[in-house]
Design a protein around this ligand. Sequence first.
Ligand code: PLP
Length: 362
Amino acid sequence: MTNKFIAQIEPWIGEEEQQEVLEVLKSGWITEADKTKEFETMIGRHVNSKYVSVVTNGTVSLTIALLAVGIKKEDEVIVPDFSMVASPNSVLLAGGKPVFVDVDKETLCINISEIEKKITPRTKAIMPVSLNGRSSDMHALIALAKRHNLFVIEDAAQAFGSTFQGQHLGTFGDIGSFSFSTPKVITTGQGGALVTSNKDFYDHILRLKDFGRIDRSSQDHDEIGYNFKFTDILAAIGVAQMKKLDFRIKRKKEMYRLYKEHLKEVSVVEFISTNLDDVSPWFIDIMVPDPVILQKHLKNNNIGSRLFYPAIHTIKPYLGHEKFPNSLWVSQHGLWLPSSSFLTDSDIIHICTNIKEFYEKK
Ligand SMILES: *Cc1c(COP(=O)(O)O)cnc(C)c1O
């Protein structure tokens, strides 16, 4: 067993990525062009979505999705109180107002039965977040949105490779959004993707990411747009990473099973019930009484981990008086364990042994 520091997550880039990037560089054309199309086609095939557009990052892709369905100033968008902060931030960036709803402890995702209470005449959309590849009952969520005439923008940044009842997450709502930032299951360094089956939304996305130009060859604009385009250098990395995705999805599931198996005697360590037919856990998540102390112990043993995100309503820009008990509980008990797809079985057993030792000593 090496005593090398095991990071909580590291990107995994090989020679295939180098080759792909080199070819793009040699072509002399590095902006968004053919390689980007190839990457988009691969994404579309993988998630089974008709239209795909890749953009600068996953925060921007959520923002564009909101703008594409017409979110305007003062429009309210329902967001779970437990998520990566980019979810509500993207609503603000689009000019809307995030309205928070508590999550389920069983899924870490938005509690559907709490949504209706938050709907007002100003509500325009719901942004469910598929945290760590899990989701709420997507059919129930879509039905609720339909009843209230709301758009659904899926933040599926952590769900690339995960499904709900066999259908890829990100493809239930009006528009789905993925991220290819460094820790995600595949990465292009920075990157995001929008998926939709609606041609009008797709066309709108293409205009919004390209200065609002009516089309690529035009200098005419019907509306304000920005520059959120991709580059073929990033797409080259993406194409090489896509070829590794099936292996990674399989491996993440195996890793989850292995962690669970080797921690089953530790009664205080709880796993969230996870259907591995659908869910490819991006991060290995456990719930423990004392994540901060366990994290310290692991760090002393050269093992990285990451505390869960804070509940959104507890961070300064979103401080409020409303209570979100599940979100708060989850944020105070969760820990992400080392989850890089290249970890070996013996790395994982080593990590589990350290966790066992910590709780035996206590
Ligand atoms: C990573 C992530 C984002 C943001 O994506 P970036 O590409 O880092 O901007 C948004 N939402 C969730 C849930 C994420 O995990």
